[in-house]
Design a protein around this ligand. Structure first.
Ligand code: ADP
Length: 564
């Protein structure tokens, strides 16, 4: 029940209202109350006071209980409404209760009012609860209906699904059989595939083995090829069938001084002498087109900027189908060879010229003698002398040629013995034609004894002195000086001639070398000093020259002194 109910009292008589409240308090009821007398007050209190129960006088001057009850019923039907009146009869009261009024109490029997209030409030409470329970029930019933509908729906769904499942199951069954059959076929196919796979694997393995064997062989062959390219003394390179350069050996980089990048950018053409470039490019083209290899010569620039002649060879490397796979190129330095060739050519022309002069003179002498043979006269004698001189000259030339050839083959024979050097030198100087113009002075240690081939030493001294006469004609005095130095005998032949340029000195003992190669002023084949050097070498001695332009030249050699 409500603990402190709010009681709205509709009563125009204040003392009745007070009495009413006193009576209620007396009966032990705890409550709050508000008293209204008019319709406006009543309606206001309904809204704002919010009473739990209404006690109403039956009849008020401007209002009445029945109207108040009807007003209340519109918006607040649950609030109990008890009429408290002194004038209303029992019958009326019963009618009012029938119409919905909760109860009736006589102003004369107010002691029963609190019970009535309690009961009315209780009833209201019970009704409220019932209404609530009814509401809940309604909700539950609605929920049940909904749940039931849901269940029915689910059931239908289930049935549908069961139906679907049955169809699906039937389908599955037939598919399973299909699969079974297909599986059987697949198994057969799989067997076949396995066999083919096995064969393929074997084939693959064989191919892989062959490829790897081939690769190893190729790598080894390439390695060997590159090694070979590196070991040969020539510059070497390779290029593709289209002429694109692939590889240059180290010799290329050493010779040209170019780096890898410069080589890749500029290549072989960059080092070819401008005068040879056009011809070389044409040669390259022709050889590549013919496809059989070939060679030509060009001048290639060395690191120091100097050009040297090279023999370029191009060789095609073909496969088993005769297709060109690669070009291998080599460049052999033939500068020395060309120089030698040049020297040889020069030598042949000089030698012919040298031989021709005495032979022509000899021929002239012989022709004159031939004409005189019928009537010999004193004029014949100088002609015979002249003829002999020419013959001697030819003889000397041929002797030089023979000696040079022997020296070159290492076949100069020596016949050494002990002898006093000065003696042999003095003796040989007597035979040198000085034409009475030149003086040969022999000075120094006249006692030195050497172990050597007399005639060869003789030959060297004559060569030195005749050279001095030939190449230093203004030097009237030729000094031969003999001395002993460091256990060796040294012979020097000095003149006061024009001297020899210092840059030419180191070539003097080379074969065919002549300082003035024009061949016009002096005769000679450039063999004398070469033969001298070879002879001295065989005696384990040394040979050399010192010269100063405008002052003169000294040629010298040393020999081992004789064992006593
Ligand atoms: P050739 O037979 O031509 O004289 P040699 O070998 O004897 O050859 O000499 C080589 C060259 O050395 C000569 O061509 C000459 O130019 C030079 N020569 C030799 N002796 C003298 C010298 N005394 N003074 C200047 N030049 C010399």
């Amino acid at each position: 029940m409500i603990a402190d109910p709010k009681i709205l009292i509709l009563e125009d008589n204040q003392s009745d209202a007070d009495l009413l409240r006193r009576e209620l308090k007396k009966s032990g009821l705890n409550f709050t109350s508000e008293v209204v007398q008019t319709r406006v007050g009543f309606e206001y209190a309904l809204q704002n006071f919010k009473p739990d129960i209404i006690l109403s006088d039956y009849s008020l001057p401007s209002f009445d209980a029945v109207t108040a009850f009807q007003i209340k019923q519109i918006n607040y039907p649950q609030i109990p409404f008890i009429i408290v009146s002194g004038i209303i009869g029992e019958e009326n009261a019963v009618d009012l209760i029938k119409d919905g009024v909760t109860d009736y109490a006589s102003k004369g029997k107010l002691f029963s009012l609190s019970n009535k209030i309690n009961r009315a409030l209780n009833d209201t409470e019970v009704r409220k609860e019932k209404t609530l329970t009814d509401e809940k029930l309604k909700v539950q019933t609605a929920e049940l209906i909904l749940a039931n509908q849901e269940l029915t729906f689910q059931n239908e769904e289930k049935e549908n699904r069961a139906q679907d499942l049955i169809i699906l199951s039937a389908n599955l069954h037939s598919q399973k059989e299909e699969l079974h059959r297909a599986n059987g076929l697949l198994l057969i196919e799989e067997e076949k595939v396995k066999t083919i796979n096995g064969e393929l694997l074997q084939l693959n393995q064989e191919l892989e083995d062959r490829v790897s064997r081939r690769t190893i062989a190729l790598t080894e062959s390439e390695h060997r090829f590159r090694n070979m390219m590196e070991t040969i003394p020539q510059i070497a390179w390779t290029n593709t069938a289209d002429g694109e350069f692939i590889f240059y050996n180290q010799r290329w980089y050493d010779y040209t001084g170019l780096g890898q990048q410069q080589t890749n950018a500029a290549g072989l053409k960059s080092v070819i002498h401008p005068d040879d470039l056009k011809k070389s490019v044409a040669h390259f083209g022709m050889i590549r087109q013919a496809g059989d290899g070939g060679e030509f010569q060009l001048r290639g620039k060395r690191e120091d900027g100097r050009y040297r002649w090279h023999l370029v060879r191009l060789m095609p490397i073909k496969d088993e189908k005769d297709q060109i796979q690669l070009w291998v190129g080599t460049a052999t330095d033939i500068e020395e060879l060309r120089l030698l060739q040049q020297q040889k050519d020069d030598f042949i022309s000089i030698a012919s010229h040298e031989l021709k002069t005495p032979i022509t003179s000899l021929k002239a002498s012989l022709q004159l003698l031939n004409r005189m043979k019928e009537s010999p006269s004193a004029r014949m004698s100088p002609l015979i002398v002249q003829a002999n001189k020419s013959l001697d000259k030819v003889n000397v030339l041929i002797e030089d040629l023979l000696n040079a050839s022997k020296a070159n083959d290492g076949q100069l024979h020596m016949n050494p013995k002990n002898f006093i050097l000065s003696k042999v030198i003095i003796e040989c100087c007597q035979y040198i034609h000085t034409e009475g113009v030149y003086t040969i002075k022999i000075e120094g240690d006249m006692t030195v004894e050497v172990y050597a081939d007399t005639s060869r030493i003789d030959q060297i001294v004559i060569n030195f002195i005749t050279n001095a006469i030939k190449y230093a004609p203004d030097s009237k005095e030729i000094i031969v000086y003999i001395e002993r130095i460091n256990g060796m005998a040294k012979v020097s032949v000095s003149d006061q001639g024009p001297g020899i340029p210092p840059e030419k000195l180191r070539f003097l003992f080379d074969r065919y070398y002549r300082v003035d190669n024009s061949g016009s002023q002096y005769t000679g084949m450039g063999l004398g000093l070469y033969i001298c050097a070879e002879i001295i070498k065989m005696h384990n001695g040394q040979i050399g020259v010192e010269s100063e332009i405008g002052k003169g030249t000294t040629f010298w050699f040393t020999l081992p002194v004789a064992f006593s």
